[in-house]
Structure formats: structure tokens, C-alpha cells
Design a binder for this molecule. Structure first.
Ligand code: GRF
Length: 188
């Protein structure tokens, strides 16, 4: 049995997709969905899926062992950041070496780093007249969007692309690839 913890700060459609994907897989369990945001849509989605949730504070995350202890107690094999906005503390990276992954809605190393999330990314891609965008799944280190790249997929931007249309296309790519990449990593 492999166990995944899912972290999200917002809507949580990727969390829902991942949970649905693994629902019929008896070898993969999702013991916990964690968020820093008590108003995050992911909480309702997780509840609808029957998943346990935990809301944590800045103090819990940056000034205590609480989250690391919980992940260890649950026997988590892979930590998946799916739209999670806080930087991961060095203590947690050390506790889960090469076991924390993130998805980013652009082709890193471009359009990553602090403040580069959600519509900010898509607006920058369009403003720079990029021909392509896509998704990046990568290991997490102490910097935003900086760890080793595991997977990328890309597509051509349409001439009339808007941040909204781009976000929709990115989400479709995420739903398609993220669960499969997770599944593959769990087999290693
Ligand atoms: C995704 O596009 C992800 O790449 C980014 O934040 C978005 C989260 O969307 N990091 P959702 O909350 O899963 O709907």
C-alpha cells in the first residue's frame, strides 16, 4: 500500500482529479488532504470525496514539527502539492527527500518563482507572446518552482488566447498527466 498526502491552497480541482483517479486502485490510499486556507474550495471537495482534511497555520508549518509528525504518523510515501502556495520549509524537505512534488502551470524554468501562480503565470506568458505553454511536474526544494523536473507537456497557444482560456487548457493537461505521473513515481 502506498500513501499520498495532498496539499492545496485553493479550489482543489487537481486534488479531486487525483482522488478520483486512485479511488479504484486498492494499492494507493489518500489518508489526508492538507490546506493552509480555511476558506479553500478544496475542503468541500475533499469532504464530498470522503477524505480527511487538516487546516494548519503558519506557526504549525514553519515553527513546529506538527505537520512532519502527522505525515510520518500516517506513513506518507509521497507528498503532492496541487495548487499549494506556501514555500516548503527546509525541515520538511529534509524529512521527505525526493518525496515532495509540485505541479506548476507553465514550462519551467520560465514563469516560476515567488508570485508566479495562477493567473499571474498565464498573463505573463501571453504578455511575452510565448508560442507555447504547458505544465511542469517537479521535485520540491527550498526555492519556489526550482527542483528537478520530472515531467513536462506543452501545447501551442492560440492567436486569441486569454489568461482564462489558457488556464482551462492547462487544467486539462494537469488532469490528464498529474495522476499518471504520481502513479509512476509510486511504483519506483
Ligand atoms: C493549477 O493550475 C496548478 O498548476 C497551480 O494551481 C492550480 C490549482 O488549480 N499550481 P486547482 O486548485 O487544482 O483547481
Amino acid at each position: 500500500m502506498k500513501k499520498i498526502a495532498l496539499f492545496a491552497s485553493g479550489n482543489g480541482s487537481n486534488v479531486q482529479r487525483i482522488a478520483t483517479f486512485f479511488k479504484t486502485n486498492p494499492d494507493v490510499e489518500i489518508p489526508l488532504v492538507l490546506t493552509n486556507n480555511p476558506g479553500a474550495g478544496v475542503l468541500q471537495r475533499a469532504k464530498n470525496l470522503g477524505l480527511n482534511t487538516l487546516v494548519f497555520s503558519k506557526d504549525d508549518f514553519y515553527h513546529s514539527q506538527k505537520i512532519i509528525d502527522i505525515l510520518n504518523r500516517e506513513g506518507i510515501d509521497l507528498v503532492v502539492l496541487a495548487g499549494f502556495l506556501w514555500l516548503i520549509p527546509a525541515t520538511m524537505i529534509a524529512a521527505f527527500p525526493n518525496k515532495i512534488i509540485n505541479i506548476h502551470p507553465a514550462l519551467l524554468p520560465k514563469y516560476g518563482g515567488k508570485g508566479m501562480y495562477g493567473h499571474h503565470v498565464h498573463e505573463a506568458v501571453i504578455a511575452n507572446k510565448e508560442k507555447k505553454s504547458g505544465i511542469t511536474i517537479h521535485y520540491v526544494n527550498e526555492k519556489y518552482d526550482d527542483g528537478q523536473i520530472i515531467f513536462q507537456s506543452s501545447f501551442d497557444l492560440a492567436a486569441e488566447e486569454t489568461p482564462q482560456s489558457l488556464a482551462e487548457k492547462i487544467h486539462l493537461q494537469e488532469y490528464e498527466h498529474f495522476p499518471k505521473v504520481i502513479e509512476k513515481l509510486l511504483k519506483n
